[in-house]
Structures are given as structure tokens and as C-alpha cells.
Design a binder for this molecule. Structure first.
Ligand code: FPP
Ligand code: MG
Length: 334
């Protein structure tokens, strides 16, 4: 997939962007591993495998950047960073079961290696430890917020699953699902970073809204990659939204755009579900490039919205990184 076609002169490099946070992210990583230590060699091995699914630690980075942008970073930021990363990892394990995904980060998914029971139980183990870690904090703010966020993550996934095969899903319904299943954890990470910095209400709200819009853009691009990305460079099973008959924005735009007869063929192909490569089967019916571009343009609007909220924060290096991270979401190809 080739981005939005409006790449900035220099492509944002997330590693370089997050370099000023490297020491803190190392502390997050250490807290993550301490919290998941186990007496069971099986659990230890699985935790190590699941840790390889983690990416750039975007959610912990948001906690820390939000704290810095509001002028104060504390030990609690590192702990909250580890908690959100643990919740994120648990959701990935469960998500790969739901999606029957065999690959993540170019590695076999835990369900591919061990069947469905182990990743579900491992996800529960990691999730339980995330809340054990939240209970080590002096106050209950993170525990309260993240319990509510997890409720939303699960609600989004339940709604998505119960809407499988509903090809008349509306844009507001789609948006609600991705806000719940993805954007809520970004929003909570940024919001908690501000709260633990003791920031005033306007900054807490600006960061929450930044995280929400960033998360929506991230998921829209993820949905574009699922349809049009390259499996090797993305590093995970793609086409799963089609094979699971999940409505995503590019597909929604396609069904709005094409003539009724083409739409009927697409619906029939998806409903039959017996195709080997659903992306190739869809491509054989219709060129979906314009619909991917249309969804990318919507993601770009959310990135613009996110940047607008970041601009309400005090100027400085952390605010600039938040602005640059928003651009990276649009340009990512994995
Ligand atoms: C990725 O969607 C999935 C999520 C962002 C949320 C998953 C949440 C759950 C499964 C709820 C479980 C909750 C807990 C606390 C364990 P995707 O399939 O579009 O992304 P992908 O392409 O990375 O697979
Ligand atoms: Mg998935």
C-alpha cells in the first residue's frame, strides 16, 4: 500500500521519533517483564513469545509524551505505560483467536502454535497482572480508567463480531466499533499521561481527544492494510476482515460506490466464504484502489483533528513528537 500519496518530504521514522524516550521505554519494558514473571516454565516461554508481538510501544510512548507535554513525568508514568502495554498484548492474543490469524510480526501466532485455549488463558493471565500492577499505584485513577477502557475494548470486539456479515453497516456504526476496540486505549493512554502529570482539565481533554483521533486513524489505516497491504512487510495475516466478513471502511466505501450488480457479486463472494484468498477474489470482481484511497483520506482527516488537539498543548519537544507521530500513522506500511 502506498500511503496517502501525500508523503511529507521525509518519511517519519518512528524509531527516530521515539529516540528521546528510549530510557523511559526501557524502564517500561523492565516493568512489563517484572509484572509477568512466573514460576511456570510454560508461562515464561509464552510470555516471551507474546512479547515479540509488541511493536514500537506506541501506547506507553503516549503516556510518557503526554506527561512531558504537560510538564511533568513521574514514576507512575512508567508503571501506567507497562499496564497499557500489557492490556494491549492481551488483546492481541485474543484478537488472533477471533480472527483465526496465523501470523503476527512475521512470527506464528500463539493460536497457530498451540490452538485457541492457550492464547485465551495467556491473555487472561497478562490482563490479570496488568490490574495487579495498577493496584501497586498510590491512587486508583489508572485502575478505574483502564477497567472502563477494557470494557470498551471488549464491547467493540463483541459488536464487531455480532455484526459479521452485515454489509449494510453504516459509517457511524463502523466508527463506534473502532473507537471502542482501538481508539479507547490510545485515548486512555494519553489522558492518563496528562492526569498523572497533574495537568489542567483542558490539557487532559486535549490529550484524550488527540489519542482518540490518532487511534481512529490508526485503525482505518490498519483496515486499509488488511485489504491492500503486503503480508510480508506488514508481518501479520491479512485479508482476515474479508474472510471473517467484517465490515471495514474501504469495503464500506466500495459498496457505496460500485453499481448494484457489482455490489451483489461482492456480497455473494463474501457470504460464500469458501474462497482461498479473499483479497484476490475481491480484486477479480472490482478494483478497490479508489476505496482504499478514500478510506486513507478519512484517516488523514482524523490525523488533522489529532494534530489540532496537540497544538492546544504548550509548545516544546514532546508536543512536536506528538505532532510527528500523527503523521507517522498515515505513512506506516506495517
Ligand atoms: C485489533 O483488531 C483488535 C483490537 C485493537 C482489540 C482487541 C480486543 C479484544 C479481542 C478484547 C479482549 C480484551 C482483553 C482485555 C483481553 P484487528 O484485528 O483489526 O487488528 P490486527 O490487524 O492487528 O489483527
Ligand atoms: Mg486481528
Amino acid at each position: 500500500m502506498s500511503g496517502t500519496g501525500k508523503a511529507p518530504a521525509t518519511r517519519p521514522d518512528p524509531k527516530a521519533l521515539l529516540a528521546p524516550l528510549a530510557d523511559d521505554l526501557k524502564r517500561v519494558d523492565a516493568a512489563y517483564h517484572r509484572a509477568l514473571a512466573s514460576e511456570s516454565p510454560h508461562v515464561r516461554k509464552l510470555v516471551e513469545h507474546a512479547a515479540l508481538f509488541r511493536g514500537k510501544q506506541l501506547r506507553p510512548a503516549l503516556v510518557i509524551l503526554a506527561g512531558r507535554a504537560c510538564g511533568r513525568e513521574t514514576d507512575a508514568h512508567v508503571v501506567v505505560g507497562a499496564i497499557v502495554e500489557m492490556i494491549h498484548t492481551a488483546t492481541l492474543l485474543h484478537d488472533d483467536v477471533l480472527d483465526h490469524a496465523t501470523t503476527r510480526r512475521n512470527l506464528p501466532s500463539i493460536n497457530a502454535l498451540h490452538g485457541n485455549e492457550v492464547p485465551i488463558l495467556l491473555g487472561d493471565f497478562i490482563y490479570a497482572q496488568a490490574f495487579a500492577l495498577a493496584n501497586t499505584l498510590e491512587d486508583r485513577t489508572a485502575a478505574i480508567h483502564l477497567a472502563a477502557t477494557t470494557r470498551r475494548l471488549c464491547t467493540g470486539e463483541i459488536d464487531q463480531n455480532c455484526n459479521r456479515g452485515r454489509f449494510d453497516l453504516s459509517y457511524p456504526e463502523y466508527l463506534r466499533i473502532i473507537e471502542d476496540k482501538t481508539a479507547s486505549l490510545y485515548a486512555a493512554s494519553a489522558r492518563l499521561g496528562a492526569i498523572y502529570a497533574g495537568a489542567p482539565a483542558e490539557q487532559v481533554t486535549a490529550l484524550e481527544e488527540y489519542g482518540r483521533q490518532l487511534g481512529i486513524a490508526f485503525q482505518i489505516i490498519d483496515d486499509c492494510l488488511d485489504l491492500a497491504g503486503d503480508e510480508r512487510s506488514v508481518g501479520k495475516s491479512l485479508g482476515t476482515d474479508l474472510s471473517e466478513r467484517k465490515m471495514t471502511l474501504p469495503l464500506l466505501r466500495l459498496l457505496e460506490r460500485v453499481p448494484a450488480a457489482t455490489g451483489a457479486k461482492v456480497r455473494q463472494m463474501l457470504a460464500d466464504g469458501a474462497v482461498g484468498d479473499p483479497r484476490a477474489a475481491l480484486r477479480a470482481i472490482v478494483d478497490f484502489a479508489p476505496d482504499v484511497a478514500s478510506a486513507q483520506a478519512t484517516a488523514e482527516q482524523f490525523v488533522r483533528g489529532a494534530r489540532g488537539h496537540a497544538e492546544r498543548l504548550p509548545p516544546g519537544a514532546a508536543r512536536q513528537t506528538l505532532l510527528d507521530l500523527a503523521d507517522f500513522v498515515l505513512e506506516r506500511d506495517r
